[in-house]
Write a protein that binds this ligand. Structure first.
Ligand code: NAP
Length: 280
């Protein structure tokens, strides 16, 4: 069966829109998200546009700051400082990746923790790993919501995560662990990857390698979450999982597109509302 991220994210957005529509009367304003885009990376431009559209769909006001690729670090940090200090701004998102001369860690650390809608600030990451209240990164949060929407309880299940990035692999592994799964994290130095992925009852793939998970790497009945957003040999958008051969063996699987992607945006909007409510 298909884990339909479009459908689940639409339901989340509808509920957020209903909630946000009550805010002007209750609080005198709606949440406000500031998005910063440095440079002209085509994929980043699409992501930023989709985020702005998502905000508009639920009634979150938003502004996109488009800065030239040659923006200096002090210039970028100064803009973030102004947005941190602006009481009308609830959330700040700096679209990654940044041009190479800018230090991503320094930039993320500069965002006020309570406005860090992406959940990438070290304070939010530490809080996640210490099981304290925090803003959870959007993609891992969206994955957990997708599982929940289908009634898939990770408790006691063997979960395998392929990928150990700070933005997907590691936080989703932690959320699965918190949901009482037994979690294995794989990466490029993992030996016998197919042997490990075949043990998975829940398999999350966030490797950024087009169609790398093939039918021989999964067991019957597995739940497959494909985070990848890759291009196949014909330049068509595809995931890290070879959907055609893996889907018949899976009990549940996310399509690409229409799986994890829309959930990421829905969770960004939810995080923005969360930041707004926390700052009241
Ligand atoms: P990343 O930072 O490049 O990390 C990739 C991870 O996968 C690394 O830990 C790497 O291992 C591991 N890996 C790569 N090739 C592997 C292989 N052949 N076998 C085992 N492990 C392998 O990527 P990311 O930012 O996490 O993103 C992963 C994918 O998700 C990308 O396609 C990205 O576009 C997509 N994505 C989608 C969304 C969404 O909303 N749908 C959001 C974020 C990312 P090492 O650590 O050993 O290098």
């Amino acid at each position: 069966m298909i884990l339909d991220g479009k459908q689940v994210s639409s339901a989340i957005k509808a509920s957020l829109a209903a909630q946000v529509s009550t805010f002007p009367e209750k609080y005198g304003r709606v949440p406000n998200l500031a998005v910063i885009l440095v440079g002209e990376d085509p994929a980043s431009q699409v992501y930023v546009r989709n985020k702005a559209r998502g905000c508009e769909a639920v009634g979150i006001s938003n502004s996109t700051y488009r800065l030239p690729a040659e923006t200096t670090e002090p210039e970028l940090l100064s803009l973030i400082g102004q947005l941190n200090a602006d009481p009308a701004v609830d959330g700040i998102l700096v679209q990654l990746p940044l041009p190479r001369h800018l230090d991503e860690h320094k930039v993320i650390e500069t965002i006020a923790m309570e406005k860090d809608v992406d959940g990438f600030h070290p304070g939010n990451v530490a809080a996640l790993w210490q099981k304290r209240p925090c803003i959870v990164a959007c993609t891992p949060k969206g994955i957990m919501k997708l599982l929940e929407s289908a009634g898939i309880d990770p408790c006691g299940k063997r979960a395998v995560v392929v990928g150990r990035s700070n933005i997907v692999g590691l936080p989703v592994a932690k959320l699965l662990l918190d949901a009482n799964a037994t979690v294995t994290v794989c990466h490029t130095r993992t030996k016998n990857l197919p042997e490990i992925t075949r043990q998975a009852e829940i398999l999350v793939v966030a490797a950024g390698r087009a169609k790398m998970v093939t039918a021989d790497m999964v067991s019957d009945g597995v739940v497959v979450i494909d985070v990848g957003m890759d291009r196949d040999e014909d330049g068509k958008l595809c995931g890290d999982v070879d959907y055609g051969s893996v889907a018949p063996k899976a009990s549940w699987i996310t399509p690409v597109p229409g799986g994890v992607g829309p959930m990421t945006i829905a969770c960004l909007l939810e995080n923005t509302v969360q930041c707004f409510l926390r700052r009241l």
